[in-house]
Design a protein around this ligand. Structure first.
Ligand SMILES: C[S@@+](CC[C@H](N)C(=O)[O-])C[C@H]1O[C@@H](n2cnc3c(N)ncnc32)[C@H](O)[C@@H]1O
Length: 388
């Protein structure tokens, strides 16, 4: 990344992207490959904000641009953002409202306002400026109500669980960088992959995964997050195959959804899922396993070379052995873009919609979110989401 922006004057519009902290250079590199001329870190008090990358993009957000700028390493996008300053909450709200009003007044459809703070991007439970950002959001919504009566028309409360499928036409976002300085963005939402949304429907792109003391591994968080990013979860009674299932964190998630699970691994499951009658364990090679009849979902957290994920895509998508797939691709060192592009292309070649994301709980791996559009979308299952 080149020189950081000074934190002084208002900058011209650009696009801000959030990512898992520590992945800023990966995200910046990806943005450059996607055609962004320059990227920067955003500074507060001379220090770069973690989990935030600024892209010099002079483009209006629409279906084409949002689809193009949906980087794997971005958790959220603030398209056509502008930096604004004011010495008070009322002043910030007035400035934000002036920027948001034209698009919000134009839309008849549902919209949301996300008020973000830098610490939130790192998952900090009680981040600095949270209270002030909430007051700012209230002040902006007050202007929407009194000036344009927008709230009564189509304002949506924040989503509370995975079952949130409410259509979202426009997302307004305010990122309070400092007490008197903010980024403001408003954009239409692109609904690309079935049920998924970009910008993401969760504030900062983070699905608030609740703790689960029964899960035998903390990796359960990755699957909840993946289901939130996909915008769909297995329903009660759905049939699922969990490849590389041991010790059972993902199997536990599928059981919480009420699904029946075939758990395939060379090692046995542990804990309560191992004794669950709705879980059938298959001890063996995940790459050789085939279900007797097609299932609703296949998920895979197998540790294997990246190119082996394309093999899974060929089998499960090519032969339509499942309707939805969540497949982890794990890297040694740098991301293997060729393997990732190959796996996504293979899925698309079989008529599936395919998207990859580096989720907040992912380590050196990315999550492939695959859906067969020919297979009907199931009714939502409520996940263990907490209000952020
Ligand atoms: C990261 S762990 C999976 C964790 C699991 N998703 C959870 O939440 O508990 C990877 C698993 O893949 C399994 N594995 C690796 N290669 C495999 C293969 N070829 N066939 C079956 N299991 C495999 C390992 O035994 C290991 O249990």
């Amino acid at each position: 990344m080149d020189e950081p922006l000074a934190s002084g004057a208002n900058r011209t519009a650009g696009w801000a992207f959030t990512c898992r902290h520590g992945c800023e250079a990966l995200l910046a590199g990806e943005l450059l490959r996607l055609g962004v001329p320059r990227t920067h870190r955003v500074l507060t008090d001379g220090v770069p904000i973690e989990g935030l990358v600024w892209a010099d993009l002079d483009l209006q957000p629409g279906a084409v641009t949002l689809r193009r700028f949906d980087p794997v390493y971005a958790l959220q996008v603030l398209p056509a953002a502008i930096e604004l300053r004011a010495p008070s909450i009322a002043g910030l709200a007035d400035a934000a409202w002036r920027h948001l009003a034209p698009m919000l007044k134009e839309t008849d459809g549902p919209w949301r306002l996300h008020a973000l703070v830098p610490g939130q991007l790192k998952g900090t439970p009680k981040p600095r400026l949270r209270r002030r950002a909430d007051l700012l959001a209230d002040a902006i919504l007050e202007r929407c109500r009194t000036v344009a009566r927008l709230r009564a028309r189509a304002w949506l409360a924040p989503p509370t669980d995975l079952g949130d499928r409410a259509r979202l036409d426009v997302l307004a976002q305010v990122l309070l960088l400092e007490p008197e300085r903010m980024l403001v963005s408003v954009a239409p939402v692109w609904h690309g992959v079935p049920q998924a949304a970009w910008p993401a429907r969760w504030p900062a792109g983070l699905f608030p995964v609740a703790d689960d003391p029964v899960a035998p591994a903390s990796s359960f968080r990755k699957l909840w997050e993946a289901l939130a990013a996909l915008g769909e979860a297995p329903t009660a009674g759905a049939t699922c195959v969990d490849l590389g299932a041991a010790p059972g964190g993902w199997t536990r998630v599928l059981r919480v959804c009420g699904a029946n699970v075939v758990a395939v691994d060379r090692a046995p499951l542990t804990g309560a899922v191992a004794r669950d009658p709705q879980v059938r364990q298959v001890i063996g090679d995940a790459f050789r396993f085939r279900p007797a009849t097609p299932v609703d979902w296949v998920v895979s957290d197998v540790i294997a070379f990246p190119e082996r994920v394309a093999e899974l895509v060929e089998v499960w998508c090519g032969q339509r052995l499942a309707r939805r797939a969540v497949l982890q691709m794990k890297f040694r060192g740098a991301p293997d873009w060729a393997a990732l592009d190959g796996a996504l292309a293979a899925a698309r070649g079989h008529g599936w919609t395919a998207r990859a994301k580096h989720l907040f709980n992912d380590k050196n791996e990315v999550t492939l979110l695959l859906a067969d559009p020919a297979a009907p979308v199931s009714a939502p299952a409520a996940g263990p989401g907490d209000e952020p």
